[in-house]
Write a protein that binds this ligand. Structure first.
Ligand code: HEM
Length: 407
């Protein structure tokens, strides 16, 4: 009679092999294994549901531009700034960038880095991108001409900068839709950097998990604001003109401004939805401008209320941030952060405000200056870290990131 827990009818034989004294030793082990295979083959196999899986998604490492800027935004990102060790010279920088480029290319393809200690973790690239950025000292050691904007930003009255989050010589920006992938890639790249440089700071950011919202949904920051509506669209001429630098070794590259900005959630809690919407100039509920119906509607900065005031306050964030001409357009691609509070507040959260632009001085600075002078959002936001990097162009197969500077 077939035992109830072994519908294939092999149960009795298997039990005898497992526990019966007659069959012992290696022969039994082989028999058991064979028997299990037979069981597995005859049992109906459920078809795995792969709907919504994106672990196998890969982006190209090689090309005119580095990945991680115009590629789709990911759920997780780790911005890691390194300081070069004393004594590292131009030749060492070229060796470092060659190794790191090779690591990044392999990891982005879902292969382990050379000498990967956990290659199994690399098999789920989940849209991994690795973007490298150079600080002023990197360019100086490389003997290159630094663009005039490659320097710390001027001080703003709103700033309360903590040196622990400022500047850096070499940026590794590692982004993916899976945090294990990010952690593994970061470890591989840092292992290969450690005889050249040490970690200055690391800032981890996140957005909604992949699959929790329809892709393309504008992110909400931790204030609950729809953040990123008015942004040039990758693949358009507006994006290309705003983002890609066209001079010298940076041709095909860009710049990154990273401003770690604390969002004071504890005082933001005191503001009702009307006040929240007023401070930005957009409805907190759906991101539509206060003069429109839908998120994508153009704000009307001239529209007035019955009492004669503009519907969108002239000191609202969008009124102050809006580029006054196409020369000021920037591409924003920020991430939220949330870390344990240091004082007696409930949260220590904010935005890793990240923007890409061809020229920091021409595009980013005038906007930041206007916001520093007047912006209702400043009541609840404080920049606490600031860094500027030149993002070199991409490279071809056989080349490496930075080869236009170091090659
Ligand atoms: C970290 C604090 C900040 C928060 C919470 C924040 C939030 C927002 C929100 C909710 C919007 C409206 C929706 C949108 O179009 O994305 C917006 C728009 C914008 N922000 Fe910010 N922002 C911050 C800092 C900055 C900084 C530092 C800059 C640049 C210096 C900036 C530049 C812009 C620009 C250019 C727009 C689009 C304005 C338009 O044309 O409508 N923001 N921001």
């Amino acid at each position: 009679m077939t035992e109830p827990d072994h519908p294939s009818g092999h149960g009795t034989t298997r039990r005898r092999l497992l526990f019966g004294g007659a069959a012992a030793g290696l022969g039994a082990a082989v028999a058991v294994t064979t028997d299990r295979v037979a069981l597995a083959a005859s049992a109906p196999q459920p078809t795995p549901d792969t709907t919504g899986l994106n672990g196998a998604v890969t982006y190209a490492f090689h090309g005119e531009h580095q990945s991680g800027i115009a590629t789709p935004v990911t759920a997780y990102a780790s911005f890691i700034a390194l300081d070069l060790n004393t004594g590292v010279d131009r030749g060492a920088l070229a060796r470092l960038m060659r190794v790191l480029s090779d690591d990044a290319a392999r990891l982005m393809e879902g292969r382990g880095a050379l000498a990967d200690t956990e290659p199994e973790l690399a098999q789920t690239p989940a849209g991994l991108t690795v973007t490298f950025g150079f600080g002023p000292r990197f360019v100086s050691v490389a003997g290159g001409a630094a663009p005039s904007w490659l320097a710390p930003l001027p001080a703003f009255d709103i700033d309360d900068l903590d040196p622990a989050f400022n500047d850096g010589d070499l940026l590794l920006l590692i982004a993916a839709d899976d945090p294990v992938t990010v952690a593994h890639a970061a470890r591989m790249l840092l292992k290969d950097s450690r005889s050249f440089a040490s970690v200055r700071w690391r800032q981890d950011g996140f957005r909604r998990a992949y699959g929790s919202e329809v892709s393309g949904t504008t992110m909400r920051n931790l204030f609950g604001q729809v953040d990123g509506t008015t942004n040039p669209e990758p693949g358009t001429s507006e994006f290309d003109a705003a983002v890609w630098n066209r001079s010298g070794w940076l041709d095909g590259g860009t710049s990154l401004v990273l401003r770690r900005t604390r969002l004071d959630l504890d005082t933001w809690d005191e503001v009702d939805p009307t006040g929240r919407s007023f401070s930005v100039g957009r409805r907190i509920s759906d991101g539509a401008p206060l003069t429109g119906e839908r998120e994508g509607d153009e704000p009307d900065f001239e529209a007035t209320t019955e009492s004669g005031h503009t519907v969108i306050s002239p000191v609202s964030h969008i009124a102050r941030a809006r580029p006054v001409n196409p020369d000021e357009v920037i591409f924003r691609r920020g991430y939220n952060y949330d870390v344990p509070p240091s004082g007696d507040g409930v949260s220590e959260s904010g935005l890793l405000f990240a923007s890409y632009q061809a020229d920091v001085t021409r595009q980013f600075l005038p906007i930041q200056q206007r916001l520093a002078e007047a912006d209702l959002l400043n009541t609840w936001t404080t920049p606490i870290g600031s860094a500027v990097f030149a993002i070199p162009p991409g490279c071809s197969e056989g080349g490496f990131i930075g080869d236009t500077l170091l090659g």
